[in-house]
Every structure is written in C-alpha cells, then in structure tokens.
Write a new protein. Structure first.
Length: 254
C-alpha cells in the first residue's frame, strides 16, 4: 500500500500536474493541501476519471484539503471535531482498514503573532483528537503539510533560521507530542541521505540551490511501524513549469 501527501498550492493551477503525477505514480491514497477552491468548483469529475474516489473540504482562496483513494474512504470526517475553526484544514477517512488523516497545519506567520497563537491552539486540539483516533484505529497514518521542521537536519541553514517560524522550540515540542502518542516519522525510520527537503521558496533560486525545509511529513502508528518499506520525497514535480513550492512525499507499507 502506498500513501502520499502533496501541498499543491492551488489545485486550479496544478490540476494537470496532479493528474500526470497520479498516472505515473499509482498510489493507493493521496492527500492534498492548499487546494484553494470552494467545494462547488472542486474538479471531482476530472479526478474520478483517473479511477480515484475523492472527499474534500474547500475554502475560497485559502487552505482546502482533499483525500483521493483507489477504494472509497469510509467514515469521512472534516476538520477536527470539537474545535471550532472556519479554516478548511483536515480531511479524514478509512481506506483498506487504515485510518488516514490528511492535514494542512497552520503556518503560524511568526513567533509571538496572533497566527502563531492560533497554531498552538490548533496543535493542542489535533493532539487531543489524535489520541482518541489512535484508540479507535490502531492502524493510522497522519500526513500533510505540518509547517514544522523536526530538527536541524530538516533545515538548509539551521543557524540562520534558528527560532524562526517552522523551526521554533514550541512547534517542535508539539511535533514531539504527536510522536509521544505512539506515532513515528516514517521518513526517519529509514536511512536517508542528508539535505533532503520537501519545500523550497520560489525566490532566490532556492530550489536550484537546495535551500529548503522538510515540513511535509508522514506519521505512522505503532501498528504500522514495522510495515514501512520506503519513504521518499519526489522532487520531480518541483521541476515542472509553474510548480507547487512543495514536493510529494510517499510512504510504502508492506
């Protein structure tokens, strides 16, 4: 079973790239973030024509998430239950007995800002809900754009970016709290080369110079840890014309 996550930074702009990628990479599940489209304009027919079922939660201009799967997702939940939030950030469903949570974590803007405080509240709510989801669904995968680096290996210049957004102690503490619930960073379960990132700024030729961050993650539950066979960042779509600033991340489970 292969599951993937990709922040497409506008599905309207990137739909042909997503369809091409799915044709070349026949994953069982793909979660998308920053679709940036309302539900009424979501390209359901184009995606279903490729053989995928789709659930989605949209929002005009910002955010937006979707869950694409070869078999229909069951028990679909949108956003974090019990957490009042006007933003479209989370889509959840069960696919082939695996509970899949696709999430677009808040950016946070800057430490000390109002948006950073919202990010901390959102992460608290996610952790509390994830605890209950793990209790009900031992086989669980949480994946998406976390907007958090795990440690300095995930940062092209950890000295210059120390304590900036995505790299703060507070954010990394929240990431660790998700791990402490009984999940594992699939990418780090395997031996990986250095300087591997999933996001690169559009400016200053960051991609060409590999000045990136690893902020797109796949967490697997204890019950799935032993089944992780591979976890890779697919940089190829970042080389497209008008690409997303993120690359897909793919995990393979036995």
């Amino acid at each position: 079973m292969q599951l993937a996550t990709w922040n497409v930074n506008s599905l309207t702009v990137r739909l042909p790239q997503v369809l091409d990628w799915l044709q070349a990479n026949s994953v069982d599940v793909l979660v998308l973030q920053e679709t940036k489209t309302i539900d009424e304009k979501f390209p359901r027919e184009a995606i279903e024509a490729t053989g995928y079922h789709v659930s989605f939660l949209g929002q005009k201009t910002y955010n937006g998430v979707a869950l694409l799967s070869r078999t229909p997702a069951a028990n679909v939940v949108k956003n974090i239950p019990g957490f009042e939030d006007p933003m479209a950030r989370v889509i959840t469903g069960t696919v082939n007995d695996v509970r899949v949570i696709g999430a677009y974590f808040p950016n946070g803007e800057a430490p000390g800002s109002e948006k950073f405080a919202y990010k901390m509240r959102w992460l608290d709510a996610l952790r509390d809900w994830l605890r209950s989801e793990l209790a009900q669904h031992p086989k669980l995968v949480l994946m998406g754009d976390f907007n958090i680096t795990v440690d300095d290996r995930d940062v092209w210049d950890p000295v210059a970016l120390k304590d900036t957004i995505h790299c703060t102690v507070e954010e990394r503490t929240h990431f660790q709290a998700l791990i402490d619930l009984g999940t594992h960073d699939a990418f780090r379960l395997l031996e990986q080369a250095g300087k591997l990132y999933s996001w690169w700024d559009y400016r200053e030729m960051a991609f060409r110079r590999n000045r990136g961050l690893r902020i797109d993650h796949i967490l697997v539950s204890d019950a799935l840890k032993a089944s992780v066979q591979a976890c890779v960042i697919d940089k190829a779509p970042r080389k497209n014309e008008r690409p997303s600033d993120h690359a897909p991340v793919v995990v393979t489970l036995s």
